[in-house]
Write a protein that binds this ligand. Structure first.
Ligand SMILES: Cc1cc2nc3c(=O)[nH]c(=O)nc-3n(C[C@H](O)[C@H](O)[C@H](O)COP(=O)(O)O)c2cc1C
Length: 125
């Protein structure tokens, strides 16, 4: 985690990309997020948030889910919001696509790839 903590401190643009598994983000990204409780303590107990830096800090959350239901995206966004605010990212955009299940299905979506490109451009602008 030392390497990840350093990257989180030094970076100013963050992208979380995850499929929805059991109505939330994957266990792998969740494990990383959980280890960021250290940042929560720094920000909320020690009152020392990660410095914003000259370009501010911004995030992007990208999710796909195989089902039509929105609940998984809502849960994923709630977790990502808590994470982003903890690492002192005050705002993030979210894009998500339902009914994306089969291998390669997202590349057949009419707008997903263009949306992701535009969201990436906006993130770094
Ligand atoms: C263990 C598991 C749990 C899943 N749970 C959900 C779910 O709760 N909601 C949903 O919309 N899709 C669910 N899916 C479908 C995946 O989100 C979907 O297949 C996605 O495209 C998988 O992306 P990947 O191929 O990058 O893993 C689940 C798939 C797996 C394997």
């Amino acid at each position: 985690m030392e390497e990840v903590y350093r990257a989180i401190r030094e970076s100013d643009r963050f992208i979380i990309s995850s499929p929805i598994f059991f109505f939330s983000l994957t266990a792998q990204i969740k494990a990383l997020i959980d280890r960021c409780q250290a940042f929560w303590c720094e920000k909320y107990l020690l009152k020392k948030p990660v410095p914003e830096g000259p370009h501010g800090r911004k995030g992007l959350l990208m999710m796909v889910g195989g089902m039509k239901k929105e609940i998984g995206f809502q849960c994923g966004d709630a977790t990502a919001t808590a994470f982003f605010r903890t690492i002192n990212v005050p705002a993030h955009e979210t894009i998500h696509y339902a009914s994306v299940d089969a291998q390669g299905a997202v590349s057949e979506h009419p707008t997903a790839l263009k949306d992701a490109y535009e969201a990436g451009k906006k993130l770094v602008s």
